[in-house]
Design a protein around this ligand. Structure first.
Ligand code: HEC
Ligand code: HEC
Length: 500
């Protein structure tokens, strides 16, 4: 799968050439405008130079006029910010004050978690960052204040300890955080939320701090709980006039509880990305129970899901962002345990599911893709089937599991495909595959099991030991419009079966 954001950065360089003459024409008139409106405390940056930076790096999303309507705006989710509203989400100044320059700088440096906005820390010079901040502030009059905005009061930081996290857990409940973030912080709350821009909001999955947009250092989390996230449903817990007021000390305990929720096993490890996952060999039967001990000792790997953007019907608003997978095999069979965080159990026909769903509820689903043929010991890139369901030369097997409806049970099927548009896509045929899934606490766990060999070697992958096996995954969140081509998928990864 091509990396969408790298493409954006690349595209934006090309665009710069086209936009140079435009820039020259416009800059004379804009110089005047810009110089008139720079507030006193922003003199650090040069807004005129900042315009150039903005046009090179920011305008494809934020738009020429800063209204969030750039060329690729409809491909990022949530949409790029309209700066003319003067509403900023991740800041360390009190609710009623504009963000501090430091906040804008942090956003530019770190981007947003793993989503929408790229990090510019190593791409832009410090001067370029200061300049673009000065320019960005001209889009709204909220920055025309006498004094620079203040920084919130952090009180005395309480360092992490288990005791503090336990206190924080109680306060987390008392504050009503689970209503939105779920009992275990998976973002699987019971409320359907919209932000002031009218966009559907999915509360952050607090067990994945690497996806936080406002940073995941203790002070960043303290600031979020203190200020809230303006424009969204995430409230401030430092408003003395509100029943939801918590002291600085209490907020630090909550911070420590939130930190304790982190599940590092679901984070993609850069250093392991290119290494194959080793399936675990066991002597006995392979259990179809997701809680069985056999799974606990099996090596696992986390892989990132990307929005499917290759077909005509693209999918740019993903919720589920990764799959953790592990594999067991014995002399007869092989089984995969796929685990992913999903805020909603999507059961078509179920009233509760319908309440939370964004549009019609479809089934949740997951798929594994393998090449059709057995591969040589070291497969070369050119021999891999296209990630998009294979191609005319190299076909794929797709093992597909879906979660069922109120009327029909869970279902597993196999599909043989030679490319999405290929007419050689055959109907699903049962190939001795069995599947079983379980949803609890914001997590799906699904097992898919098949014989190592089948009676249909022309179409089915025949598993062999000591060979690198390409493998990829697809995922559907049925409460977020996930159906057919509207899904997320991973690039090719590698699996190896070793008995020793
Ligand atoms: C690929 C698209 C993209 C590019 C390029 C981009 N942004 Fe953004 N930006 C976004 C999105 C999307 C949001 C809103 C995210 C959200 O609401 O959660 C955003 C929000 C922001 C915010 C608001 C932060 C807040 O606290 O609310 C600032 C500031 C910002 N961008 C600055 C910049 C600057 C400066 C550049 C260029 C150096 C830039 N962006 C380039 C997509 C982009
Ligand atoms: C009414 C719903 C609601 C409640 C209650 C709520 N949150 Fe949130 N929270 C959200 C939403 C929605 C977001 C994501 C907003 C965004 O960034 O666009 C969020 C985001 C967050 C983030 C991620 C910030 C980031 O940088 O990305 C943290 C941490 C967080 N909430 C903690 C808490 C804690 C702790 C509590 C209780 C003290 C709480 N929330 C209560 C809705 C809520």
């Amino acid at each position: 799968m091509r990396n969408f954001f790298l493409r954006l950065v690349h595209d934006s360089c090309k665009l710069l050439v086209v936009s140079c003459w435009l820039f020259l024409c416009a800059s004379v008139s804009l110089c005047l405008l810009v110089f008139c409106s720079i507030p006193a405390y922003a003199e650090k940056g040069d807004a005129v130079a900042g315009k150039e930076v903005f046009e090179k790096r920011c305008r494809q999303c934020h738009g020429d006029t800063g209204e969030g309507n750039g060329r690729v705006a409809d491909k990022v989710y949530p949409p790029p910010r309209n700066f003319t509203w003067g509403l900023f989400k991740y800041k360390t100044s009190p609710m009623d004050q504009p963000p501090r320059d430091e906040d804008l700088l942090r956003t530019i440096n770190d981007g947003f978690g793993e989503a929408s906005m790229p990090p510019w820390r190593d791409i832009m010079t410090e001067k370029e960052k200061r300049d673009v901040i000065a320019y960005e502030k001209n889009f709204s009059d909220i920055f025309e204040t006498e004094k620079p905005p203040e920084e919130i009061d952090y009180g005395e930081e309480i360092l992490y300890s288990e005791q503090s996290a336990i206190k924080g857990k109680e306060l987390f409940k008392k504050a009503g955080c689970p209503e939105c973030h779920g009992e275990n912080g998976k973002g699987d709350g019971i409320k359907k939320l919209k932000d002031v821009w009218g966009t559907r909001e999915w509360p952050r999955n607090l067990t994945k701090p690497w996806t936080y947009n406002g940073g995941n250092k203790p002070k960043n989390i303290f600031a979020r709980i203190t200020v809230g996230i303006p424009g969204t449903q995430m409230p401030s817990f430092a408003d003395k006039n509100s029943t939801k007021y918590f002291t600085e000390e209490e907020r630090w305990h909550i911070v420590n509880y939130v930190r304790s929720l982190a599940d590092e096993t679901k984070r993609v490890k850069k250093e392991e990305e290119d290494k194959p996952l080793k399936a675990k060999y066991i002597n006995g039967e392979i259990p179809m129970d997701v809680h069985a001990d056999e799974w606990k000792g099996a090596p696992f790997k986390a892989i990132k899901l990307f929005p499917q953007d290759q077909t005509k019907e693209k999918f740019f608003k993903p919720t589920n962002d990764g799959i953790k997978w592990r594999v067991l095999f014995n002399d007869k069979e092989i089984a995969f345990l796929l685990e992913w965080d999903d805020r909603t159990k999507s059961v078509p026909g179920d009233a509760e599911a319908e309440k939370l769903s964004e549009g019609e509820v479809f089934e949740d689903a997951v798929a594994i893709q393998f090449p059709t043929a057995i591969l040589p010991k070291i497969p070369i890139k050119e021999q891999l089937p296209s990630i998009e369901h294979g191609d005319m030369e190299f076909g794929v097997n797709i093992w597909y599991w879906s979660s069922g409806t109120t009327l029909s049970p869970q279902m597993t099927k196999v599909k043989y495909s030679y490319g999405i548009k290929s007419e050689r896509v055959e109907p699903e045929i049962k190939a001795g595959l069995s599947g079983k899934g379980e949803y609890a606490g914001g997590i799906w766990k699904v097992i898919l099991k098949r014989g190592l060999k089948t009676s249909n070697p022309k179409d089915d992958l025949q598993f062999e030991t000591d060979k690198l096996i390409p493998i990829a995954f697809g995922n559907w969140d049925g409460s977020n419009g996930g159906k057919g081509n509207k899904h997320t998928a991973t690039p090719w990864d590698w699996l190896i079966l070793e008995k020793g």
